[in-house]
Unconditional design. Structure first.
Length: 706
């Protein structure tokens, strides 16, 4: 066997490529520590570790570079002098720090060098700590479980003078198995599956846009969930017939969607890639990191996301043997990809140690290598079968600060609580900003811009109309209104509504297509001292009737075409000709109240009955003025009303423009559906302030590029 060269397997090739990309770092170190809280025989321990080295030929592998490529060579077994560090004056924590420092030291040189390092530390109480340091090219995370099992088994046999008859399986068996696989129909099927999976692949999504990664160094934030909280997660998963693995993948995906706005992206996840008992008993590098693709939008239900992840992971398991390096080459050659397929990774490891022959307390854990390739890695572990999940967030240096790392952890906790409490919700309704962070945003960051509202929305609008009467306030297609004209139209319709019976603090439902009339109706309702309830004309009839009944709204301002449909549900007022109402100077005599409602927006109702969200004049005015210091808008700005008025974001577009003298261009419905047409509108109208979701904004950017 000594001197014979063997091909690297697919998983080993991935590690080798990473070694080339990050030479002289600990990025490919697997470091595992076992704390044995019992007096053991040090000499027997050394014999046991040597037996592990003898029985597992992959540990004696060296990487060899020849003219024909990169290979591995298995050296014959010779006795290894296992170092023993006697440290009676040191605490366990001090030893851990030493191990941590040693973990950061790479195997150098990488080629033609031994790729493992075992070390024993003996403490004052005769307890021992064993650190197993291995290069990733010869061992993966699962291998540490195999090593632990072998240590306990061999220790029992050697300490009792028993012969070890059965040697563990060899990694050479897997090398031969992979050779056969690469020539098989299974390889072809896997190839077709993965190439179809990444068709029209989206660009790589980093944890944070516009970040400056500083090499491969890592910053970690880690904490352990309580047993009670961990149990809640397990109970939730059991109730919804999903695994905790699926739950945490969904958590990761929802967070990336919420902070990036991307609706199509990829997360990497490592799979065991050991298909039978023999492979599971083998020390070696098997793990295959595969891409998981997510297509999410604000209406995606949690249950559907869970089902999608379950289906994808199940399919991935069937095709996990396909080498990632092959898939990446395909992506670069056929899909024009220039980088890795993913920049965030999630790994879930609840591998319970095999406790055969163990009659003493033991604590096992992995050591952080302080290096990684991705911008963010999310690890969920329970190595000692405690029932408590430990969450570790590893960020590439330069991605986040320590405070930001804590913030991300808190957000994940908030999301888990939200998901468990509202399993029938959509991803857009999953809460991800904790109350403490919201308080900081409002009370600290906005503290220097504190503003105390004194006037309502309609009062502020009328003040602005007097300041800039001749400026264009509204435009829809080829129709325009100046501030003076808009103010008069609003007053005319407000008097009309008053005479129809609309009173202060009453609710008026609006079901109006995008138009100048829509804005006039909104402001006229406010001028009556009332509040409006925007309803989309494209919503189902029964949903509109539910809102009318639930809100006790007596009045419905709508286009003529809908009056017959809802005439029995409310007092219908035709909005189509309100711009033709005669001018009037009749006074309304309304005492405006800042605490009065401005509008009620109903939720989508996708998770049950729609619910009304109440927003006061005070809240809207406070928001506008609190942010105006940072977004310096003025009467020369041109805004767009892109979003439907049933989406709360539209309030910002409407009031931030019309309360400060800007021009508001109402975007036609058909234009919102075509990024190219919308881009042309932005250019034509010389828009200066654009409010847009990240997902749609990226589409506009792509149009601009073409």
């Amino acid at each position: 066997m000594s001197g014979e060269l063997y091909q690297l397997t697919g998983p080993q090739k991935n590690i080798y490529l990473r070694e080339l990309a990050y030479p002289g770092t600990s990025i490919n170190i697997v470091s595992f520590t076992s704390v044995i809280e019992k007096e053991v025989d040090i000499d027997v321990c050394k014999k046991v570790l040597n037996k592990i080295i003898e029985c597992n030929n992959i540990l004696r592998s060296k990487i060899v570079k020849t003219e024909d490529g990169i290979f591995q060579k298995i050296e014959d077994y010779t006795l290894v002098d296992i170092p023993v560090v006697y440290c009676p004056q040191k605490t366990k924590e001090e030893v851990y720090k030493e191990i941590d420092l040693n973990t950061s030291v790479p195997f150098s040189p990488f080629e033609n060098n031994r790729l493992f390092d075992f070390k024993i530390y003996k403490l004052a109480n005769n307890h021992i700590i064993i650190n197993y340091k291995l290069h990733h090219i010869i061992a993966d995370g699962w291998s540490t479980k195999v090593i632990f099992k072998q240590f306990n088994t061999f220790y029992y046999f050697i300490s009792h003078n028993l012969d070890i008859a059965n040697f563990p399986p060899s990694y050479l068996d897997y090398i031969n198995t992979e050779k056969e696989y690469l020539l098989s129909d299974s390889f072809v099927k896997d190839k077709i599956y993965w190439e179809n999976y990444i068709k029209n692949i989206p660009e790589m999504l980093s944890f944070k846009e516009n970040i400056l990664k500083k090499g491969s160094r890592t910053v970690r934030y880690t904490d352990e969930l309580s047993l009670e909280f961990s149990s809640k997660i397990n109970e939730f998963c059991k109730e919804h017939k999903i695994t905790p693995y699926v739950f945490f993948i969904a958590l990761h995906a929802i967070y990336l969607y919420r902070v990036s706005g991307k609706e199509d992206f990829i997360i990497g996840t490592p799979l065991l890639n050991r298909k039978n008992r023999s492979e599971k008993d083998t020390i070696g590098m098997f793990v295959s990191t595969i891409p998981l693709r997510f297509k999410i939008n604000k209406d995606t239900k949690l249950v559907d996301l869970f089902a999608s992840i379950h289906g994808d992971t199940y399919s991935a398991l069937k095709h996990q043997r396909y080498p990632y390096s092959e898939l990446l080459n395909y992506a670069k050659e056929k899909e024009g990809y220039e980088s890795n397929l993913f920049d965030t990774i999630i790994s879930f490891q609840n591998v319970s140690p095999d406790m055969d022959y163990v009659d003493y307390p033991v604590n096992n854990f992995w050591n952080l290598t302080h290096n990684q390739q991705s911008s963010f890695e999310f690890h969920i572990t329970d190595h000692n079968n405690s029932g408590k999940y430990r969450l570790s967030f590893d960020f590439a240096e330069g991605v986040v600060s320590k405070d930001e790392a804590q913030l991300v952890y808190n957000r994940f906790i908030e999301m888990m609580n939200s998901i468990i409490a509202n399993e029938n919700t959509t991803v857009a309704d999953v809460s991800y900003i904790p109350k403490e962070e919201l308080n900081t945003i409002f009370n600290v960051y906005n503290g220097k811009y504190l503003y105390k509202p004194t006037k309502t929305l309609i009062e502020l609008f009328e003040e602005q109309a007097k300041k800039t009467p001749n400026n264009i306030a509204l435009k829809y297609k080829d129709k325009e209104l100046t501030y003076k004209e808009l103010s008069q139209k609003v007053h005319n319709f407000a008097v009309y509504l008053k005479n129809k019976g609309v009173t202060p603090n009453s609710g008026v439902t609006l079901l109006i297509h995008r138009s100048l009339e829509m804005i006039v109706a909104m402001f006229a309702v406010l001028k009556c001292g009332a509040h409006y309830l925007p309803v989309d004309p494209y919503w189902p009839e029964d949903r509109v009737k539910f809102i009318l009944e639930d809100s006790s709204s007596k009045f419905l301002i709508t286009n003529n075409q809908y009056i017959n449909t809802f005439k029995n549900s409310a007092i219908c007022i035709d909005v189509d000709n309100i711009l033709e109402l005669p001018d009037t100077k009749e006074e309304l005599s309304v005492n405006y109240d800042l605490d009065s409602l401005a509008y009620i927006i109903y939720t989508s109702g996708t998770t049950g009955k729609p619910k009304g969200i109440l927003t006061s004049n005070y809240n809207v005015v406070y928001l506008l003025h609190s942010t105006r210091k940072k977004l310096v808008q003025n009467e020369n700005d041109v805004w767009t009303l892109f979003h439907t008025y049933t989406f709360d974001f539209s309030s910002w577009e409407i009031y931030a423009s019309l309360l400060f003298g800007g021009k508001l261009v109402i975007v036609p419905k058909e234009t919102t559906l075509n990024p190219k047409d919308f881009l042309e509108l932005l250019v034509k109208e010389k828009v200066t302030i654009l409010n847009q979701t990240p997902a749609y904004f990226y589409k506009v950017i792509e149009e601009e590029k073409t």
